[in-house]
Design a protein around this ligand. Sequence first.
Ligand code: EPU
Length: 417
Amino acid sequence: MDKIVVRKSGPLQGEVKISGAKNAALPILVTSLLVNGENTYHNVPGLQDVESVKQLLTTLGARVHTDGHTVKIDGSGINQTKAPYDIVRKMRASILVLGPLLARMGKAKVSLPGGCAIGARPINLHLKGLARLGASIELKHGNVEAEVSQLIGNDIYFDVPTVTGTENLMMTAVLAKGETILRNAAREPEIIALADALNKMGAKIEGAGSSVISIKGVSALSPAEITIIPDRIEAGTFMVASALTRGDIKIVDCEPDHMRGIIHKLGLTGANIQIEGRTIRVKGPDVISSVDVKTLPYPGFPTDMQAQFMVLMSVAKGYCVISETIFENRFIHVSELRRLGADITVSGNSAMIKGSQALSGAQVMATDLRASASLILAGLVAEGSTEINRVYHLDRGYEGIEKKFGQLGADIQRLRE
Ligand code: EPU
């Protein structure tokens, strides 16, 4: 398996172009299941998770053609209803095909995603929602089996705002009879992006981006051309890199409006942040100040930036507390950061970080996608060299990460095995 080796680097400088958002691309590519024709998707990031979703759609009968960052998917040949374990185990987001397959084929069988490193990650709210639309759902032999003769719109309340749950239900309800209201829906920019994509295909969705979404069912959708929004977590990762290395990075082709939580917290650390259109320039402060952070559903501070921010806080001046309220086990990076010399104490869902630590390079293990990104960041300021194993997590969600960091002056190298 590949490794990434990062050596202590000077201030990172230059320009980095942000790729399309993984978490927008995955559900939006799945919309091809809903259409009898060919959708064209632009700005699709080159990621392992995108490859997995393309493979899954192909298994279901779609025809996929990729040309750089443009992907065409023809859903007219969809003829299978089963999402196999081999693909689902690689990518939890495979659960996103459950609702659309049900809407298209009247039945769907999707392998139940297991828990993962960051938490149990149940899908009970996806299933309850589908049942409210009239589906019968059974869990058999490790699969979710869903069937329906006619989806009927209904009022659905989510106990907690779930991102992929909201997306799954939105994609199902577009072809249901009558109106569906999703309450306490997730408000992430990726939800708005999906609603916009579906509306381009002829759906009638209103309210995406608020906690109440209304979907008036239509009888069919038509092919459309859709551009994937920029990845706010990739952009945030480079913002932290600039602050951390006292660098000066221009992050281009991003969407600052999707990143207000990150911009606010990073500003409080002393970083100088200038925003101009779709560019954010971050200059690292001489002294990084500690700032408390609590992860929350959007527009709160994203859980997907928590690990990266923790690295910054490990070298900041002072003490702070980072509370993780979305996933129950999203501190797995802590033990790896400790191996590099960070001083972090975890109690329940809070981590207390004593800053001003001199980090030193070591061998570490990537445990999940964002944890892996945090280890690269730590490697940039750790004395000597940091060797990150199991980098396949990174390839799931960051396009050309070592190339992008390398262009900014980082001493980073991939060792292929
Ligand atoms: N939850 C339930 N029941 C459900 C669904 C969710 O209890 O049926 C709970 C979860 O256990 C969690 C909370 O609701 O405590 C929120 O989870 P959510 O469903 O919103 O997470 P997700 O949809 O599985 C997406 C992203 C994650 C990101 C989270 C939170 C995709 C493909 N994944 O996951 O991205 O962390 O939202 O913002 O969109 C990543 O990119 O590294 C990543 C993990």
